[in-house]
Design a protein around this ligand. Structure first.
Ligand SMILES: Nc1ncnc2c1ncn2[C@@H]1O[C@H](COP(=O)(O)OP(=O)(O)O)[C@@H](O)[C@H]1O
Ligand SMILES: [Mg+2]
Length: 330
């Protein structure tokens, strides 16, 4: 899985080359080739690149003749072509039969029956069935996290028994802390973490976005920690990081300062592991994230105060920490 692949960045109306993720793709390739006994749920900071990675996997697997791959963007509400990518046109035919409004969240709910119906058109025997469902929990509702994930788990066994598939791999993604916490209580799901881009990958993306070559890569790295969406957000603001930080403050931090309190924020800015109760609260607000170093896809960076990364907790963007400290100091 390493041929060149491009991604369209809607906000900038620009196509860029997919960067980095060599280790992650290698690990996911292994997971898919082996099959999964449990659904794999990948969580990570907002904008770290989960969707881009999953789509890459979908496109590269679609070329394999022994593999049936179905990618569902559970949050897509309007266009079927965006909500569904598949290796087999029969999947689209089945979708048209099953659902009058075949948008993302409906597809995510129906995915198991879609594959069962697909089996009446093409034989699944000896095939690898790969199901990739993006942002699933936000789409189906947090109250359904357990039931839905457990039924996917049971369904893996069913596909083996009923259709003699060679193997099944199910990979889900979620960006949001509550579903991740819910999943971490259960044994029927394999919870994995994905981090931001590596320094080299990040620089490659900066170069593609900044044709004029006049941005300060070091500063961008220190503020974004390699998060591609953050980088794109800065590029959209004409590379004006001050304006971008204003937006972060008004979007999320001001609220946290009122609801969580300055002292707790200061303590977490100085040491992300210092207050688990407040860190969980900030995770719910999309500001921090719990780290799972032992079960990461790719790597999670070592603790680094400046980047807001602790051993167990990290700020989703170093800039959040920076803005907190600056505002508290005022
Ligand atoms: N490896 C990558 N190479 C190039 N662009 C990327 C890469 N990963 C993510 N991006 C871009 O960064 C933005 C955020 O990524 P996305 O996959 O949407 O994040 P997430 O799904 O984790 O919120 C998107 O515009 C995406 O196209
Ligand atoms: Mg996404």
């Amino acid at each position: 899985m390493n041929e060149s692949f491009t991604v369209y960045i809607e906000e900038l109306d620009k196509v860029v080359k997919f960067v980095d993720r060599v280790r992650e793709l290698h690990q996911l390739d292994e997971i898919v080739s082996r099959g999964t006994a449990f659904p794999v749920a990948i969580y990570g900071p907002e904008g770290c690149g989960k969707t881009a990675l999953l789509k890459y996997v979908a496109r590269s697997l679609a070329k394999r003749s022994d593999t049936i791959v179905i990618y569902i963007d559970a949050l897509e509400q309007f266009e079927l072509e965006k909500a569904l990518l598949s290796s087999h046109r029969e999947v689209l035919e089945v979708v048209r039969d099953v659902s009058s409004v075949p948008i993302g969240s409906a597809l995510a709910r129906l995915c198991m029956s879609l594959v069962t119906r697909l089996a009446s058109r093409i034989s699944l025997k000896g095939k690898n069935v790969v199901l990739l469902i993006d942002d699933v929990y936000r789409a189906i509702g947090l109250e359904n996290v357990d039931r839905y994930t457990k039924s996917l788990y049971e369904w893996i066994g069913y596909l083996h028994e009923k259709f003699e598939v060679s193997n099944v791999a199910i990979i889900l993604t979620t960006s949001e802390g509550v579903s991740k916490r819910e999943l971490s209580k259960h044994t029927y799901v394999d919870l994995r973490m994905l981090w931001n881009l590596s320094r080299e990958g990040f620089e490659e993306l900066v170069q593609q976005l900044d044709q004029l070559r006049n941005v300060d890569v070091e500063e961008l790295w220190i503020l974004t920690g390699g998060n591609p969406r953050a980088l794109i957000d800065i590029a959209r603001r004409g590379w004006n990081v001050e304006r971008w930080m204003e937006y972060l403050y008004e979007g999320k931090i001001r609220r946290a300062m009122h609801l969580v309190g300055r002292e707790k924020l200061r303590s977490l800015a100085e040491d992300p592991d210092s207050d688990w109760v407040a860190a969980e609260r900030l995770e719910e607000m999309g500001l921090m994230i719990e780290l799972r170093r032992a079960s990461a896809v790719g790597t999670v960076p070592d603790p680094c105060t400046e980047l807001g990364v602790g051993r167990d907790w990290a700020w989703q963007l170093p800039a959040y920490r920076y803005v907190v400290l600056r505002r508290i100091g005022e």
